[in-house]
Design a protein around this ligand. Structure first.
Ligand code: PHE
Length: 444
């Protein structure tokens, strides 16, 4: 039984931009981008990344919005409506985003604990020890992940306008305000400016084939490409919302936030620390030496938490829409199913860092499996398939109409987007994907 009546939608253009920017701006920008950048040669990597965003990410985001907006359906029905027999592409995205939720909620839970611990001055002076004890513990990380999942559940059951839109309108301005305050503060630190110059000076000797895979993966991840999240938001755009304009706003905001996060983190002088611990170990350490460090540390983790929340609601919504529209469930019931799946996966991912760390496949625990499988295999694959679908499978005339009539793409720009989707995306992403897989297998 399909339940597509009264599916709801965003009230206007600003809501569309804020919600989609909320999906894009997440842990990917503030937690992942800075450490990936420092591992791959700083400024040189950023240049490659910006290329990926512009030539691959932007056209794909436009494509995904267009599929959603054109059909006004959940990801599976959206693809199947445009071309019969293609619903599996939507399903692949939803499975991937479900797996991402598994580990993403765990890190999101950490941000909550760190916000509280910073505010109450409970981190102490052994920053690495605090991180290790907390993340490998049994109950504490689970409780925080669960709290985060329930916050999501609450927003999702509020509906598209009453939940997602309302939450985005509160969270996003707050997020930008904190980000700007932190950026001003960090640039004002003299030591910071020097460290910053070092990081942004391109060092091409550190760029390898792998850097291209990392840059592309990061571009897709940060723009939530191929996962159904942007598609479902596109399906909620009010008539008259320009797809291309919205996509450009989202990409710009997302890029600005990633660069500002890099400025904040590197200007704190932590460019030598790398890996996922950058935000959780190095940052509290730096803050502890600064005047009013506790306040800034609290703000920093609050920022991470807000970014994570606005992203996870888009993941949750994409999967919920499937249970509501394809399985005929009420919104409340559909949301519960997704919440329960998220609780189970997050439990496994969190425990895999501690109690269950003995269980590994190919040397990876459940947490890394979820992360690596989705980012190395699924993201590029979904990128290629989405480009092929929109560029080759979607009837040329229908796609042109969607993009130029309602979508706000002018006649001169349209052929460029079509060319990027038909040729550049599939070819480039395939090349990088194959090299990435080969490289990855070698490391196993
Ligand atoms: N774009 C989000 C981030 O940067 C992650 C995300 C992936 C959100 C897939 C939705 C879907 O953190």
């Amino acid at each position: 039984m399909a339940n597509t009546e009264n599916r709801g939608g965003f009230g206007g253009k600003l809501a569309a931009i804020l919600a989609a920017a909320g999906s894009a701006i997440g842990l990917g920008n503030i937690w992942r981008f800075p450490y990936i950048t420092s591992e791959n040669g700083g400024g040189a990597f950023i240049l490659i990344y910006l290329g990926c965003i512009l030539f691959l990410g932007l056209p794909l985001l436009i494509a995904e919005f267009a599929v959603g907006h054109n059909t006004k359906k959940n990801p599976i029905d959206a693809f199947a409506t445009i071309k019969r027999g293609w619903g599996w592409l939507g399903a692949m995205g939803l499975i991937s985003v479900t797996l991402i939720m598994g580990y993403y909620f765990v890190i999101a839970g950490w941000t909550l604990n760190y916000t509280i611990a910073s505010a109450t001055d409970a981190i102490g002076s052994d920053f690495g020890g605090f991180f290790h004890n907390f993340t490998t513990g049994t109950w504490m990380p689970l409780i925080f992940a669960y709290l985060f999942i329930f916050a999501n559940h609450f927003i999702i059951t509020g509906g598209v306008q009453g939940g997602i839109e309302k939450a985005s309108k509160i969270m996003m301005p707050l997020l930008f305000a904190i980000l700007i305050a932190l950026a001003i503060y960090s640039l004002w630190m003299p030591a910071g400016r020097e460290a910053l110059a070092n990081v942004f000076t391109p060092d091409f000797s550190m760029v390898t084939g792998k850097s291209f895979l990392a840059a592309m993966g990061q571009a897709f991840f940060t723009l939530s490409i191929g996962m159904g999240a942007m598609l479902i938001y596109g399906s909620y755009f009010k008539d008259g919302t320009k797809i291309a304009g919205t996509a450009i706003s989202v990409v710009s905001l997302d890029t600005i936030v990633a660069l500002m996060a890099a400025v904040i983190i590197f200007s704190a002088g932590v460019e030598n620390e790398s890996g996922p611990q950058l935000a959780f170990v190095a940052m509290p350490k730096v803050f502890s030496t600064m005047p009013m460090g506790g306040v800034w540390s609290t703000l920093f983790f609050l920022l991470l938490g807000l970014a994570a929340l606005s992203s996870t609601i888009s993941m949750h919504e994409a999967v919920t829409s499937y249970f509501v529209e394809k399985r005929g469930m009420s919104r409340r019931k559909g949301a519960w199913v997704v919440t329960i799946i998220a609780l189970v996966l997050a439990t496994a991912a969190s425990l895999s860092l501690g109690d269950w760390s003995g269980f590994t496949i190919g040397g990876m625990n459940i947490f890394s499996l979820l992360d690596n499988f989705t980012s190395i295999v699924m993201l590029p694959l979904l990128g290629i398939l989405t480009a092929v679908f929109v560029g080759w499978i979607w009837k040329k005339e229908d796609m042109r109409k969607e993009l130029t009539a309602e979508g706000g793409v002018d006649k001169a720009t349209y052929p460029v987007i079509r060319f990027l989707l038909r040729y550049v995306c599939p070819v480039l992403v395939s090349v990088v994907f194959i090299f990435g897989i080969v490289d990855f297998i070698k490391t196993l």
